[in-house]
Ligand binder design. Structure first.
Ligand code: G6P
Ligand code: MG
Length: 213
């Protein structure tokens, strides 16, 4: 039985990866190296500071903690300029209809995101009111694949992990769900998300019957 659905944000509800890419690449260029689309793939589902560490590793740059915090802050300011221009048009296809189906079935909706910008993004997309619980990067101390973010969501809703299904586009996120003893739907390609109970390319046409696993 499903009582709640917990959604990752970036890559599941909205494609923010393209804005992360622009902002990280501009930082890399300032530091004197390039950062490719393929490099950007490695940052999906990864926290802001870990993303910076991966970027610096690619550029073979070593910096002290204080400088790293300043650079992460700078990247985020740049990223926010794009985020603040987002509109509900950028909600990924089928997401809103799926939320409406869940509401009509009495299934609760929670957010389980690593992003510290999640509230801003939901506001831009005018989706905040769909969520019965919101857990984001400002509420957790352990990154996915640790299940903390999803367990907190379930707890806020008052359900056990077995009553929840997680929707994730990143491998670490699928692992986090399974580590939390939750079922998981992968949004994306089976090659990357093969551990999930079900993998679909997106929400268009997704039915409740498919979630019966
Ligand atoms: C999501 C994205 C990552 C991003 C992380 C932190 O997990 O997939 O690419 O690094 O959130 O985002 P933030 O908005 O806090 O910098
Ligand atoms: Mg994601």
């Amino acid at each position: 039985k499903i009582s709640a659905c917990i959604f990752d944000l970036d890559g599941v509800v909205v494609d923010t990866a393209k804005y992360h890419y622009i902002a990280w690449r501009s930082l890399a260029n300032e530091l004197g190296f390039d950062f490719t689309k393929e490099d950007n793939e490695r940052l999906k589902g990864v926290s802001r500071m870990t993303s910076l560490d991966i970027l610096l590793e690619i550029g073979n740059v070593e910096l002290d903690e204080k400088t790293k915090l300043q650079l992460a802050e700078k990247k985020n300011k740049n990223y926010l300029e794009y985020i603040l221009k987002m509109t509900p048009d950028e909600i990924l296809p089928g997401v809103k209809d799926f939320f409406k189906v869940l509401k009509s079935e009495g299934i609760k909706i929670a957010l389980g995101s690593a992003s510290k910008n999640a509230m801003t993004i939901l506001k831009q997309l005018q989706l905040t009111d769909y969520f019965d619980a919101i857990v984001d990067g400002t509420h957790v101390s352990k990154a996915k694949p640790d299940p903390e973010v999803f367990l907190k969501g379930a707890e806020l809703l008052g359900f056990s992990p077995a009553e929840c299904i997680v929707f994730e586009d990143a491998e670490a996120g699928v692992e986090a769900a399974l580590n939390g003893k939750m079922r998981c739907v992968g949004i994306g390609s089976p090659e990357v998300l093969g551990k999930a109970n079900l993998v679909v390319p997106g929400f268009v046409g997704l039915t409740m019957a498919q979630l019966d696993f």
